[in-house]
Write a protein that binds this ligand. Structure first.
Ligand code: OMD
Ligand code: FE2
Length: 426
């Protein structure tokens, strides 16, 4: 395990497997195949350039043609034009756990997204619901990186660059193109995925906060090289321009003996987030809770911000402490990993989701509002909770599944009903 967001790592599972002093010597150690994996254009500015060199037992190029893969029936990609885009606020009960055998790839269900896989812009938001490990099956996503947010059940991400144990309250990002499989560590696994077609996630600038705070770079963990040497048949599935394709390999794709570079999967434990908030008054904008951001071409306006609502002290004086009523040009998809979210007294459940799109009013539900304006404002700690938001500059357009799912709460608007008119003394 190595630490540090975006760090350049050098790691070998067998001593001496990494070439010294060059990337591609004429004769590599042990005759391993040297291969570059580029996550940005060769010519991207150095500060953004992402690439790793892999030393493996078979070149990744050694495979037959891909043919269409029939599974993944509920996986969708941008442009999202399945159904007319509704302005309505939406909320869903937890995504249904599978009734039949289903692994991570087949268990991806798309809520919606924006942008276009073909334009390297936008996001897709999925749930994953699985009850079995990917068995001699690996997956890679040519359309974007995948931010994985487990909600139920620990999993292991076995990737070309090493293995990552991942449990609820932790997140991982698997870069575009990296082959991986998901092994379940419990009988069932559920979580959320933000598939990012746009610029890769990075740490937000801190501005006046200073050099430290929010998600600290040191807390991002990168796996060490790990490989397996087997000669069994493996199915390799890729997502390419919105569709799944499959081929067969006569060996494990996890045969990278050593690698170095700065393009790698990484893990972050949300419990390490250094939460910054008001110690005076007013509820700050939730951007103060940004863990990772994928910038867009408009400065300061994210293709996607990944924001969390972790346990924290509430001390604001003379303040309506929960999230306020608001309308936002950005669109907000929320999920709940654990506990209760402070804007919603009920109905928003762990494993569930909500969507508040561009300019559509939302905020505290009626019960939360009444409780907050009556509260005795002692310092109090919000505990045992972890909600998150994928916030995007473009409208998050739902899929047909999301729009028609029985998990959709058809009475969601009612949480904002019954607010009485103040009597003005005039
Ligand atoms: O809508 C939401 O619940 C997310 C949110 C939280 C917050 O603290 C302020 C604004 C906001 O959009
Ligand atoms: Fe909001």
């Amino acid at each position: 395990m190595h630490v540090g967001f975006g760090n350049h790592v050098a790691t070998e599972a067998v001593a001496g497997a990494l070439p010294v002093g060059r990337n591609s010597p004429q004769k590599t150690p042990f005759g391993l195949y040297a291969e570059q994996l580029s996550g940005t254009a060769f010519t991207a500015p150095r500060v953004h350039n992402l690439r790793s060199w892999l030393y493996r037992m078979h070149p990744a190029a050694m495979h037959g043609a891909f043919s269409p893969y029939e599974g993944g029936a509920r996986l969708r990609s941008g442009p999202f034009i399945d159904v007319p885009c509704s302005p309505n606020r939406m909320r869903w009960d937890p995504a249904p756990l599978p009734q039949t055998a289903c692994d991570f790839v087949d268990g991806l269900i798309t809520y919606g997204g924006n942008g276009d896989v073909g334009q390297n812009d936008g996001i897709a938001i999925h749930a994953y619901c699985a009850n079995r490990s990917m068995d001699r099956r690996a997956f890679f996503n040519a359309d974007g990186e995948m931010l994985i947010v487990p909600q139920l059940g620990a999993i292991e991400l076995v990737t070309e660059l090493g293995r990552i144990h991942l449990e609820p309250q932790q997140i991982a990002v698997v870069p575009r193109g990296v082959r991986f499989r998901v092994a379940l560590e419990a009988g069932v696994a559920r979580g959320y995925v933000c598939e990012n077609y746009g610029e890769t996630f990075r740490l937000p600038d801190l501005g006046p906060i200073g050099a430290n705070g929010l998600a600290n770079p040191r807390d991002f963990e990168i796996p060490s090289a790990w490989f397996e040497d087997d000669a069994k048949d493996w199915e390799l599935i890729q997502k390419f321009q919105g569709n799944l394709w499959r081929t067969t390999l006569p060996h494990s794709p996890f045969d990278v003996v050593a690698w170095h570079g700065n393009l790698a999967p990484y893990r972050y434990d949300l419990r390490r987030f250094n939460t910054i908030n008001t110690v005076s008054f007013d509820h700050p904008d939730p951007s103060i809770f940004t863990v990772l951001t994928s910038p867009s071409s408009t400065r300061g306006t994210a293709n996607c911000d990944f924001v969390i609502f972790p346990p924290r002290w509430m001390v604001a004086e003379d303040t309506f402490r929960p999230p306020w009523f608001h309308r936002n040009i950005m669109s907000e998809f929320m999920g709940l990993i654990e506990g209760v979210y402070d804007a919603k007294a009920g109905g928003f459940q762990p494993g569930g989701a909500s969507l508040h799109n561009c300019m559509n009013g939302h905020g505290p539900d009626h019960h939360t509002y009444e409780a907050a304006i009556a509260a005795d404002l002692q310092p109090m700690k919000i505990e045992d909770t972890m909600a998150f938001m994928f916030e995007s500059r473009n409208v998050i357009r739902t899929t047909r599944w999301a729009a028609e799912s029985p998990t959709m709460q058809l009475d969601y608007d009612d949480v904002w009903s019954g607010f009485t008119k103040p009597e003005l003394a005039i």
